[in-house]
Ligand binder design. Structure first.
Ligand code: SF4
Length: 239
């Protein structure tokens, strides 16, 4: 059997050459069965069993040590992503901040603690039950927004993560996440009123938690957005 790491490398090489949504349905890893054989010549995300845990672990190993853009030179730790690889809901932010860069875990600084509160106190589900990732996996210096070239270099990893998790809904946190995943340049105030899809997955747009820390007026609309997400997922909504 081909070495799994080599097969991941082949997959990522093929994926980076494809656009905009890399994974045809036929190539998606199935949750309860091995990947469906395909007429495509491109390899599937390779796993021994076809399960998303193995697929994500292989992807994480392939991402480790990445130097595809200059952010790799200044990072402390690469921040791959965290959470349930079978999650119904995925949160996507912009990029790691200082604390995330030190710990190698997304959304663990002040903004991350607020996101955890939104998930656990608002949606009333454990943080571990969702999947959390960023547009770029290495910290941009001084927490600036990632440049387009950096996001372009990195976003294939995120799209692979989405393909592995196949959540029912994605919440994009802030304008940078929206710009790079959906290719839209809208104000968040306008985008949050609209409905989007990414590769057949329902996408909600709301404010980044760091914006809520700067401006508490965003808390109310963010809660309204979370209620829409809860309704979509069939979670009980209070208040
Ligand atoms: S930001 Fe992404 S593309 Fe750039 S070095 Fe880090 S992992 Fe690689």
């Amino acid at each position: 059997m081909t070495d799994p790491r080599q097969r991941v490398a082949e997959f990522l090489k093929w994926q980076n050459a494809a656009s905009p949504f890399f994974l045809p349905k036929e190539l998606l890893v199935k949750r309860s069965a091995p990947a469906v054989p395909s007429a495509f010549t491109a390899p599937t995300i390779p796993t021994q069993s076809g399960d998303p845990e193995s697929a994500m672990a292989l992807l994480a190993r392939e991402t480790a040590g990445c130097m595809k853009c200059p952010l790799g030179e200044t990072r402390t730790k690469l921040v791959f992503g965290v959470g349930d690889v079978r999650a119904r809901l995925m949160f996507i932010g912009e990029g790691p901040g200082e604390e995330e860069d030190l710990q190698g875990i997304p959304f663990v600084g002040r903004a991350g603690q607020l996101l955890t509160k939104i998930i656990e106190n608002g949606l009333k589900i454990p943080r571990e039950s969702v999947y959390i990732a960023n547009i770029v996996k290495c910290r941009p210096p001084k927490n600036r927004a990632p440049f387009k070239e950096e996001a372009d270099a990195c976003i294939g990893y995120l799209k692979s993560q989405i393909a592995v998790v196949r959540p029912e809904a994605i919440v994009l946190l802030g304008k940078t996440a929206m710009q790079h995943l959906l290719g839209l340049d809208l104000k968040i105030g306008d985008a949050r009123e609209r409905s989007f899809e990414f590769d057949g997955i329902r996408v909600f747009v709301t404010y980044h938690p760091s914006a809520l820390l700067r401006n508490p007026d965003y808390k109310r609309p963010t809660w309204e957005d979370m209620k829409k997400v809860m309704t979509f997922l069939g979670l009980p909504v209070e208040g």
